[in-house]
Design a protein around this ligand. Structure first.
Ligand code: 13P
Length: 287
């Protein structure tokens, strides 16, 4: 069932759990995530960066692939296709192609311009039943070419953006895309609590889910985080399983070079990672 994130995240916030956003890159990724969501009876958000959208030959391909899989695999849990870190134009294009949810990352604009552009996109998205995620205070590290300085969000600015009618809000609280450095200071829970106070009951989004210790994830959920984005961890699991297959010489045995065999261990590894996250986030059985 293709839906926006509005209902599923409202329920998550009320129920004190989080729904995972898992980024997709191709058919194997999408299939692995959808099958795991169904197996876990969990709602799920498929994240698509602009780069991944281009890689998959365009947003229309993505929408049609996901819709085809929902039908072909009998997926009955709520599924959202969400543009990850979209530009203004990217958000327009994704809405046009049939995405059920978009993120507009205006964090690199001045707060005035971020507000202006977010407002325009909210009006358009609302008229189509599409949900909108906005961002304040950029997330550190790099996400598919989008580089953020990693500043901590200002709770007053969060309130200004939340009041524009967005459905969910991503706020930088010391989180980083990709692996965390050795000397990482951890999440800033004081700021998270202030943001929650200023924007409640809006569901909050935690980007950079890869490598955040379990206790911090749980604390973040208890403080109002209802959506957690995971990307790098699935990539690492996939690469690791694929490397092991090749290093063991399995591609040279029989028809082990058949892509359906060659990509199977990586696909299974993504499933295991997604399941682990759904259990940690508490979304199992919440579809
Ligand atoms: P990670 O790659 O660090 O898991 O971050 C994913 C993300 O936040 C996508 O927006």
């Amino acid at each position: 069932m293709l839906v926006s994130v509005t209902e599923m995240l409202k329920k998550a916030k009320e129920g004190k759990y989080a729904v995972g956003q898992f980024n997709i890159n191709n058919l194997e990724w999408t299939k692995a995530i959808l099958l795991t969501a169904q197996e876990c009876n969990s709602p799920v958000i498929l994240g698509v960066s602009e780069g991944a959208g281009k890689y998959m030959t365009g947003y229309k391909t993505v929408v049609n692939m996901v819709k085809g899989m929902i039908e072909g695999l009998n997926i009955t849990v709520p599924v959202a296709i969400h543009l990850d870190h979209g530009s203004y134009q990217g958000a327009l294009d994704a809405m046009e192609a049939g995405f059920s949810s978009i993120m507009f990352d205006g964090s690199h604009y001045s707060i005035e311009e971020n507000i202006e552009k977010t407002k325009e996109l909210v009006a358009l998205a609302n008229s189509k039943g599409i949900s909108v995620e906005a961002e304040v205070g950029s997330i550190g590290g790099e996400e598919d070419g989008v580089v953020g300085a990693g500043e901590v969000a200002d709770p007053n600015e969060c309130k200004m953006i939340a009041d524009l009618g967005v459905d969910i809000l991503a706020a930088g609280i010391g989180n980083i895309h990709g692996k965390y450095p050795e000397n990482w200071q951890g999440l800033n829970f004081e700021v998270l609590a202030e943001i929650e106070k200023a924007t409640s009951p809006m569901p909050l989004v935690l980007h950079g889910g890869t490598g955040i210790p379990e206790d911090m994830i749980k604390k973040a959920i208890s403080l109002g985080v209802s959506k957690i984005n995971v990307n790098t961890e699935c990539q690492l699991s996939f690469a690791d399983a694929t490397r092991k297959y090749i290093e063991a010489g399995k591609d040279l045995e029989g028809k082990g070079f058949d892509p359906r065999k060659l990509l199977a261990p990586g696909t299974e590894a993504i499933k295991a990672t997604v399941k682990e996250k759904m259990e940690l986030f508490g979304s199992v059985g919440k579809a």
